[in-house]
Every structure is written in C-alpha cells, then in structure tokens.
Design a binder for this molecule. Structure first.
Ligand SMILES: *[C@@H]1O[C@H](CO)[C@@H](O)[C@H](O)[C@H]1NC(C)=O
Ligand SMILES: *[C@@H]1O[C@H](CO)[C@@H](O)[C@H](O)[C@H]1NC(C)=O
Length: 475
C-alpha cells in the first residue's frame, strides 16, 4: 500500500515535472520570439529609431542593421545553439524558482508576499542570452529604478566599495555610490589604477555603448538611495554597520571596508540621507552562465615605472594578429570596438575583458565595469586607441556609426545629452557636464581621423575595413 502510494506520487511528480517543463519551454520560446523587440530600449525611441533609420538608409540593407548593431549578421542561431539555449533557460528558470521557494520558506514569507520569480513585466531583471547578444526584458529599468530594496551587502573583491542590492523578487544589482562631484576632474597626479570609480561614468558608459550600436554594457541606471533605510537598516553585514556615522553637519555617512578609499576621510555621505549611485543589472550567476576572463593584449603595466610591451613595440599588432583567438573571427575588431569606446570616454582601466564561456571564442565581449571612465574632459589619452592605431582594422558598421555621429544632425554630444536626460538622476543634475559632452565630439574626430590615416597608409580598403555588412557600396 505504502509502496503503491509512493509509486503513484512519483508518477505524479514526473507528470508535474513534464507539464512544468513544457510550460517553461512555451514561455521560453515566447520570450525568444519577442526578445528581439524587447532588446530595444524603450526609453529613447526618437534617437534610437532615427539612428537605426539613417544607418539603414546609409547601409542600404534594412535587414542587417537592427538592434544589435555590429553583431546582427551573426544573430541567426543555428538549431543546436537554439536547443542549448532553451535547455539552459529552463534550467535557469527551475533553479531560480527553487531558490526563491527555499528562501521564501526560510524567511517565512508566503509565496504571494515574496514575489517569487516572474516572467511578466515588473518581474526580475531577466537576462536572456542570445547567441551573440545579451537581451534584457524592458522591465529591467523599472526594477532597478524603483523596486523596494531588501538587502545590501558589500561586494567582495575589487578595490573600492560597492554594494550588492537585492530586490524582493531576488533580483540583484550592483550599486556604486557617488564619490566625486560631476564637475570634478581626476587629479592629474593620480594613476589610472587608483582613480575613483564614478557612478555617473557607469551610467554614461551604458548610454554611449548603446549609441555606438554595440549594446555590450549590461543596463545601468541611476538611483537615489537612503543611507539609513536602504542600506544600514537592511544589511546583514555587521562590519558594514559599524562604519556608519553622522557627519558634523548631520549627514548620514558610511565608508565600508575595501583596499582603496574606505576610511572616514573618504566617507560616502547622504544629503542628509540620500546618496546618488549607479545600479547595474547583475550578470547571470556564474554557475548558470560561466564567464571567461581574458587579459587584454593592450593591458597597461599597472606599475608606476614599467612600460607594457605594446608601448615599446610599434609592430606589436603583427604578433597579436597571429595569436589565437585574435587570428580569426571578429575578436580583434571586437577588441578595437572596445578600445574606441574606451578612448571616447577616456577609460584607461581595461586590463581584462570577459566573454560567456558557453559561446566559445566566437562571441561578443562584455563591456562592463566602466567606473573609471569620464575622469578628465580637458585632455585625451591617445594610448587608449593603440589597438586601432597599431592594427589599423575596424568594423565597417562601427565606422558607419561613427560617421553618422559626426554629422551635425546626429552629433554624438547631442545624442548623448538626450539619452542621458532619460536617466532618473538627470533631475538632480545632468549626468555628464557639457565639457565631457564636447570632449566626446573632439575624441570622435580623432577616431575618424585615425581610421582615415589607416586608409591612406594601406593600398586596399579591405586591409583596414572588416566588412561585416557586405552589400554596402563604398565605405
Ligand atoms: C531614406 O532614404 C530615402 C531615399 O532613399 C529618403 O526618402 C528617406 O527620407 C530616408 N530616410 C531617412 C530617415 O533619412
Ligand atoms: C580559443 O582561444 C584559445 C586562445 O586563448 C585557444 O587556445 C583555443 O584553442 C580557442 N578555441 C577554439 C575552439 O578555437
């Protein structure tokens, strides 16, 4: 009798599992089919559509240039990859669901209160990895901006204070508090590796990457956070709690624990309670989507006295071009895309970059951790462009986008200003000062001139231009 019940319950469980799996399969395939549209950020319809429009016009191939910018040609998945994605997504969904169930029972929440994991808008920031492109459902921004915070923990690793914030639905975001006023320039005597991480740089990098058509920066938005109610009161980190104090003028401050700038002299203070910060959507957990970290061939020496090899050898790129994984596919031009982004925002701190391991070598680079960008507007750092200068290679789609953003009607600074004005923190103050915006235009000219110089030096355009669009006549 008991055996029978057990067997019956096992069959029942099996059936439930099958029903559950097929439901998820359905949901996932729905998500897959709509993910293309969901990838379009909905907040900047005018700029975004007009940009893609005129790029479409310019490229004369309406189908290839869409949301993914430079990667579109490769977006079509083959059937095995599609299957892998369905499977991986199902495992992810099940895992998340289980975890939220375990956690909600642990905390004594009813499922209804806890929120659980939802696929609907207003749910979690749901990361959806398409083959060469990360997709985020549009509910993401809303979650990051206004969902109640339920937890704050210091992120281990890294040199400066950052907090991992949790939402009621167990979504998480990386919070970097404001450390420097927007008009302040980095001290010229400070090395790039000891520069502050700026919250507005994280936000602006996301917008710039999108405007350039890369879309390889995970979403970041600004948020005002209450130091007491949304950090001190909800954190379970006792060491963090001990670093809170009230400043002489009555502002709530804290400094946390880290290797740089975690001291009373560099305290992070509310005015009097709220602080500005950037909220970056967390990438999928490493156990679900392991990432591979690659040392950048143009990594700086991270020493006050030594030079890196690329700084001394002008033929450095010749050896890189023949070294895997840069010897094939688009890895080299992807890296050059990244160096163009970094040059525009003057980010010298790109020692490593990451890719999703599952996609192998032939995949996109994730452009995250941009906090040390936009430090100085009054000078440009030509060495950041070294990969472009030394290799003289660039994607045609990137070049077209750069040309477009140099036109009077699509000036990069104007497009950035408009895009940044959509961020919630823009009501406090513009996220980038006018000087930083005009530095973008100036640097853009430098990039375009560099590419034109390359074209002059080479006999064939195809030596310089990596043709990822195909049927566009003339560069
Ligand atoms: C695209 O090109 C057509 C003519 O080829 C023109 O009529 C149209 O206005 C252009 N669209 C944009 C957005 O520039
Ligand atoms: C990926 O790149 C690494 C070089 O870092 C190389 O050793 C490996 O063979 C490459 N894999 C494939 C499948 O090409």
């Amino acid at each position: 009798m008991r055996l029978c019940t057990r067997r019956r319950s096992r069959t029942l469980r099996l059936w439930l599992l099958i029903v559950f799996l097929s439901l998820h399969l359905l949901v996932v395939s729905l998500v897959l089919s709509i993910s293309h549209t969901s990838c379009e950020l909905h907040s900047y319809p005018d700029i975004q559509t007009s940009i893609s429009f005129s790029v479409q016009n310019a490229s004369a191939s309406t189908s290839t240039m869409t949301a993914a910018g430079s990667d579109t040609q490769e977006v079509e998945m083959d059937i095995t990859k599609k299957f892998f994605f369905l499977l991986a997504s199902i495992i992810f969904l099940i895992k998340t669901k289980q975890q939220s169930r375990i956690r909600s029972t642990k905390r004594g929440f009813s499922k209804k209160n806890a929120g659980g994991f939802r696929y609907k808008p207003r749910g979690d920031c749901f990361f959806f990895a398409k083959v060469r492109q990360l997709c985020f459902l549009c509910s993401c921004k809303q979650t990051l901006v206004s969902t109640r915070l339920t937890g704050a923990l210091q992120k281990s690793g890294g040199t400066q204070l950052k907090l991992v914030m949790s939402f009621p639905n167990y979504g998480q975001a990386l919070f970097k508090p404001m450390k420097q006023e927007r008009h302040e320039e980095t001290n010229v005597n400070l090395y790039y590796f000891s520069d502050f991480e700026r919250h507005n740089a994280e936000i602006a990098a996301f917008h710039l990457d999108k405007i350039l058509g890369f879309r390889r920066v995970p979403p970041v938005v600004g948020r005002l956070v209450n130091v007491i109610k949304e950090i001190k009161d909800i954190t379970t980190d006792h060491k963090l709690v001990t670093t809170f104090f009230t400043s002489p003028v009555g502002n709530a401050c804290f400094y946390g624990q880290c290797s740089y700038y975690c001291s009373t002299e560099h305290a992070i203070c509310g005015r009097p309670l709220k602080i500005e910060g950037s909220m970056a959507a967390m990438l999928p957990d490493l156990s679900f989507a392991p990432r591979r970290s690659w040392r950048s061939p143009w990594r700086r020496s991270y020493s006050r006295s030594k030079l890196a090899q690329w700084e001394m050898d002008s033929n450095y790129c010749d050896s890189i071009k023949t070294t895997p994984p840069y010897d094939r596919g688009t890895r080299l031009v992807d890296l050059i895309d990244m160096s163009i982004l970094d040059f525009l925002m003057s980010n010298m701190d790109r020692h490593h970059y990451e890719t999703f391991e599952k996609f192998g070598n032939d995949t996109f680079l994730i452009h995250f951790d941009n906090g040390r960008a936009f430090g100085r507007h009054s000078n440009d750092e030509p060495s950041i462009l070294a990969p472009l200068v030394q290799c003289c290679r660039v994607r045609r789609s990137t070049l077209l986008r750069l040309h477009l953003l140099s036109l009077q009607s699509y000036r990069m600074s104007d497009v950035m200003r408009a895009s940044l004005s959509q961020d919630p923190l823009a009501v406090v103050a513009p996220l980038l000062t006018e000087q930083h915006l005009s530095a973008l235009d100036r640097r853009l000219e430098t990039v375009i001139k560099t590419i034109h110089d390359c074209l002059q030096q080479h006999q064939h355009h195809s030596d310089v231009i990596h043709d990822d669009i195909g049927d566009y006549p003339g560069a």
